[in-house]
Structures are given as structure tokens and as C-alpha cells.
Design a protein around this ligand. Structure first.
Ligand code: GAP
Length: 436
């Protein structure tokens, strides 16, 4: 994990937020390479969950919502973690995760096993509060949303009436969520500000278990489709005492991170809990009328809820590899071409004889289609290494022959094989290899 965090910082994947002021705990900024990586993760999700499906539409809701939303959803009363303080070192820990934490004074021990005495556990609400308008009183309190899902539920009728969808259908959203986590950590894994990729799939009661099984498989396969190794993924069904207050069943897609198996995404059967609660609290009828069967009912909801930052971290961890190239050790990120932040790098073999000029002409063409880097500094071997380290799948080299016959060499990051191809075929060939 340390190697990955160092690489991420050195090559512009992610930086600590407000670093020049000493950093803000658990907040990260994505750099020029990281922002492309995360965008590709989100785009892959949107493409498969919305664009390619006739039965799912998208939405983009505001982060601030009416405070009653969070009463109805159960978050005001129940979105809490048990918190304990150590009377000796004054650190705070989650009472239910003491075995995952280290005593800051004696790292070989867990909190409570050292000399420090822990306070009684008290419930701590994870929602961030702020005030709407100029007056800071209880009437103006609003919350930063702790999940994107509620924006979807409160818009159920709006979407139903404007999109001509019929059950079963889904509404998907990607957006920021905020949780005042007691113990954030592990780089991008658990932060207080993060992005979710959530989809609420509305189904007829009685058909919910079939759809739950469908989405479990679909979501597990999504990660392998973009290159995550199957042996690093598993499904873990929640025990009844682990289930959230709204869930009838829940399964986590877990990834084998360097710090252990941990949740990437949860797939929950939320029943009709949310629509019924919002109907009760808002006084609006949120039921669904089936034109064919002439029945009115509250749909059940199957929810695959993923984290964009956790997925980005998993793609980064899974891609990391060290091998030997041309007799030298190299670090290589073996990203799937769709996920790779930079798709193609262009190099003039020499910095003379018109090669840089021809290479830059090529860059201008390729930039219309792909994220491209141009590099003319240092030996060609070193330039390949720099691209391997950020996972660029293809390298194009302009050499003396290019100026004679308009061909270039195309190098594959993984096989390191090079083949000569005409420039006029380059864009199509790259598209063919990327859009797999
Ligand atoms: N709407 C259901 C829901 O929010 P969740 O399991 O609490 O369920 C869904 O969150 C996903 O959001 C998680 O699987 C994880 O990927 C991501 N997530 C949750 N809390 C996070 C945090 N503090 N930091 C980063 N990602 C987080």
C-alpha cells in the first residue's frame, strides 16, 4: 500500500488536500493523472448502467436536501456509529471496530488492551450539518447528503412521469456524499467526502429476490470486465444483525486490498421502505400504478451502491505490477485500456531531423480522440518506463522511416511488442484496441 500511495503522489494520481497547510485528514485531491483515472471509472459505470440499458435512466440531484428527507430516511435517528474515547491518549475509536484499530502509544495493542481506559460507548451521528441562509439557528440546519440514494427516491414520481419508464426500471446517479467518519483511513478507501455511484432499481414486490440475484452477478462481473482479477473479488452476504434498518438482504462485493478484504460496493434489497417512508412524511402518494394489471402498489427496490473512490483505488491496486523489461526492473500499471488515464504516448525517436515536428502533428490528430502525452526527454527506454508507470497502454514512436513512408511503430505496454503501422490507420487501430 505504501508503494502505491508513493507512486500516486509522485506521478500525480492523488495529493493530500491542503497539503501546504499541513493537510486535512482523510481528504484527497486527484491530480492530473488521477482525475482521468477516476473519470474513466465513472464513465465505465455510467456507460454500462445507463447508456447501454433501455431500463435505466440517470439523474443528478442537489447535495443539500430538505431536512425532513433525513428524518423520513431514518438517518437523523439511526445513521450513527458507537464512539469511545481513550481517557489516556484522548483518541477516538469506533467501539465496534476496536480490533481493526491500533493504540497510538502501543501500536502492537488494540485500544482498550493498553493502559488507556475507554469511556462508555455513545452514539455519534455521521451526517455533516450546516446552515442554510444567514441565520445559524436550529430552523436553518441542513445536512450534506450521506448517500445519493435519497435524491432518487424523492424524485421517483418526477422521473416516472417524464421518462415513460415502466416497472422494472432503475434510476442512477453519480455524486458526492459526506460522512463524518470516526476513523477514516487507508488512503482513498474511507474518507469523509467521497463520490458514490448508486442505482435504485424499482421492481414488483415478489420479483425482488430474482432481481437481487441478477444485480449481485451483474455488479461482480462489472469489475472483472474492466480488468480486476476474479481471485481478488468475492461476494459476502450480510448476517441478519449486520443489515441496515431498511434492508431485507445485502451483499458486499469485496476486494482483496493490501490491508485485507474490504467492501467495494453493497447490493441491498431495500424493500419498499424508502418510498413508503417518504409518502408518510411528505403526505404524497408515491405508489405505482400498473396500467396492464390495473394494480396499485409500492415497488420494492434493489440498490447496487458503489464508491467511485474505492473503485478507483481497487483498479489502481489491481493494476500495480513489477517486472523486468530490457534487463531493468520496471513498475507497470496494467490498467484495462478503457480505465487507463492516458491512452497513448507519442515519442520522436530523435530530437532532430524533423521528428519532433512530425510527432507533434500526430499528437494534434490523436488528441481529438484520446488522452495523449508527448515526451521527447531522455532515452526512449526511459520514456517507455515513465508511461508504463502510469499505465499508458500504447506508445507511438516517430522515427526516420516515418518521414519517408508515413508509418510509425505502435508499442503495447504489456507484451512490449512493437509493430509498424501506417499513420492513416492509427486512430482506428487504437480505437479498436481501447474499446474492447
Ligand atoms: N445508499 C446505500 C449506501 O450508501 P453504503 O454501503 O453505506 O450504502 C455505498 O455505501 C458505497 O459507498 C460503499 O460500498 C463504498 O464504496 C462507498 N462509501 C461509503 N462510505 C465511504 C467512505 N467513507 N469513503 C469512501 N467511500 C465510501
Amino acid at each position: 500500500m505504501e508503494k502505491i500511495v508513493n507512486l500516486a503522489k509522485r506521478r500525480g494520481f492523488a495529493f493530500q488536500s491542503s497539503e501546504i497547510y499541513g493537510g486535512l485528514a482523510s481528504c484527497w485531491d486527484y491530480g492530473p493523472i488521477g482525475v482521468e483515472l477516476k473519470r474513466n471509472v465513472k464513465e465505465a459505470w455510467w456507460r454500462d448502467m445507463v447508456m447501454r440499458r433501455a431500463d435505466i435512466v440517470g439523474i443528478d440531484c442537489s447535495i443539500l436536501m430538505h431536512p425532513r428527507v433525513w428524518e423520513a430516511s431514518g438517518h437523523v435517528a439511526g445513521f450513527t456509529d458507537p464512539l469511545v474515547d481513550c481517557k489516556l491518549c484522548k483518541e477516538r475509536f469506533r467501539a465496534d471496530k476496536l480490533m481493526d484499530a491500533q493504540c497510538p502509544r502501543k501500536p502492537s495493542k488494540h485500544p482498550g488492551e493498553c493502559e488507556g481506559e475507554l469511556t462508555e460507548a455513545r452514539q455519534f451521528n455521521l451526517m455533516f450539518k450546516t446552515f442554510m441562509g444567514p441565520v445559524e439557528d436550529t430552523a436553518s440546519v441542513v445536512f450534506l447528503r450521506p448517500e445519493t440514494a435519497q435524491g432518487i427516491f424523492v424524485n421517483f414520481l418526477n422521473v416516472l412521469h417524464t421518462s415513460r419508464q415502466k416497472i422494472p426500471f432503475g434510476i442512477a446517479q453519480i455524486g458526492k456524499s459526506f460522512r463524518n467518519e470516526i476513523t477514516p483511513g487507508n488512503f482513498l478507501f474511507r474518507t469523509r467526502e467521497f463520490e458514490q455511484m448508486e442505482m435504485e432499481f424499482f421492481v414488483r414486490p415478489g420479483e425482488d429476490e430474482r432481481w437481487y440475484d441478477y444485480w449481485r452477478e451483474e455488479r461482480l462481473n462489472w469489475y472483472t470486465r474492466y480488468g480486476i482479477r476474479r481471485e481478488n473479488l468475492r461476494l459476502r452476504e450480510h448476517a441478519p444483525d449486520e443489515l441496515a434498518h431498511y434492508a431485507k438482504a445485502c451483499v458486499d462485493v469485496e476486494y482483496h486490498f493490501p490491508f485485507g478484504w474490504s467492501e467495494l460496493e453493497g447490493i441491498a434489497n431495500r424493500t419498499d421502505f424508502d418510498l413508503r417512508r417518504h409518502a408518510e412524511y411528505s403526505g404524497k402518494d408515491l405508489s405505482y400504478y400498473d396500467e396492464e394489471t390495473k394494480e396499485r402498489f409500492y415497488p420494492y427496490v434493489i440498490e447496487p451502491a458503489a464508491g467511485a473512490d474505492r473503485a478507483t483505488l481497487a483498479f489502481l491496486v489491481d493494476a500495480y505490477d513489477e517486472d523486468v523489461a530490457d534487463g531493468e526492473p520496471r513498475v507497470v500499471l496494467r490498467f484495462h485500456p478503457r480505465i487507463a488515464p492516458v491512452k497513448v504516448a507519442v515519442f520522436p525517436l530523435l530530437r532532430k531531423h524533423g521528428q519532433p515536428e512530425r510527432a507533434l502533428e500526430l499528437v494534434a490528430i490523436l488528441r481529438q480522440h484520446f488522452t495523449v502525452q508527448y515526451d521527447q526527454a531522455g532515452s526512449i527506454g526511459r520514456r517507455y518506463r515513465r508511461q508504463d508507470e502510469i499505465g499508458t497502454p500504447f506508445g507511438v514512436t516517430v522515427d526516420h522511416q516515418t518521414l519517408q513512408d508515413d508509418t510509425v511503430t505502435l508499442r503495447d505496454r504489456d507484451t512490449m511488442q512493437q509493430e509498424r503501422i501506417p499513420i492513416e490507420r492509427l486512430v482506428d487501430e487504437l480505437k479498436r484496441r481501447i474499446e474492447v
